[in-house]
Write a protein that binds this ligand. Sequence first.
Ligand code: ATP
Length: 373
Amino acid sequence: MTDDTTRGDVRLTGIGKTYGSFTAVHPLDLTIPEGSFFALLGASGCGKTTTLRMIAGLEEPTSGTVHLGAQDVTALPPYKRPVNTVFQSYALFPHLDIHENVAFGLRRRGIKSVKKQVGEMLDLVQLGDKAKHKPHQLSGGQQQRVAVARALINHPRVLLLDEPLGALDLKLRRQMQLELKRIQTEVGITFVHVTHDQEEAMTMADQVAVMNAGRVEQLGAPADLYENPGTTFVANFLGTSNLIEAEIAGQDGDTLTLKAGDGKLVLPAARCSAPTSTGGKVLVGIRPEKISLAHADDAGEIPTGRNRLTGRVTATSFIGVSTQYVIDSPVCAGLEVYVQNVERDGRLAPGAEVVLHWNPEHTFGLDAAQAID
Ligand code: ATP
């Protein structure tokens, strides 16, 4: 089959995996665009590694097909697929120096003259000066970069990364996230990265598939997923969300009016993924950093057109760039609010009566029939 529109995309069609009566991955369709940095994100056990291993050919799917561009690779063994995998464990050869670790894939193919290619690859991962070192003489982050160089030496079309930064401490993880992103941009091939760390996925990926219990719950660019989560699971997995129960009171043009207890909120209809008929129940979502806080005495100064809720501060904590407030409102207890770049205001101490307010455009509406995960 020739299909120019798919170029070198990775296309999963109805791909699924069961172990006995347990379904690890429900049949799913997914297209990973050629040249993209793509993340499979989800909690432990959601099926992301199994999905990655089916792309690699390390796991035989129970159903469905894997295409690389126009080629159906479903029946090909791993070594015949133009893909390579980097694991969390690095899997470097301890007795070989870094140069020989990276050269391994070339030598196995019978290529004798490897110096130039290995040198270029070590330069790519900024380890040109470590060629003669043994793996144990390198830091964890450096060893992981060797593993990436070794996986790239044979020019795969797709690099699969299975929690590659999982063994690193937080600071090194953050550095390596930027480093991997730089390497991917430089080589321009497709990277498929498995992680349970939402910040990691958001930092590196062009597109993220959020997985939950063997299914892709939502697919999109990081900012889109964050600003427009389609389910409570995604809203809570990617950062913190305040979810307020409300009922649809009516619609005025493009705007829904909602009743939340005694309060009234508005929500652009386009930002509501729940059914919008009057009387329907929705969860109104608002991110903590999108909310502003005013002392009740200053409520008159809040501009018109903003959503408002009254409440009382129950706790505050200074967390560096912002101050976190926890607010109990008559319509929702434990609302979280992060306020950045303000002097800590003594009047907003625990016990203070406050008004929370925000731009309705920053609100999203979810189906209240879903469980809150
Ligand atoms: P983690 O981050 O912990 O690796 P994951 O999202 O990558 O999690 P998978 O490794 O894909 O999850 O596993 C998905 C589910 O399938 C898990 O419940 C796991 O226990 C199960 N599973 C994986 N491999 C097997 C196997 N060989 N036999 C039986 N069950 C398996």
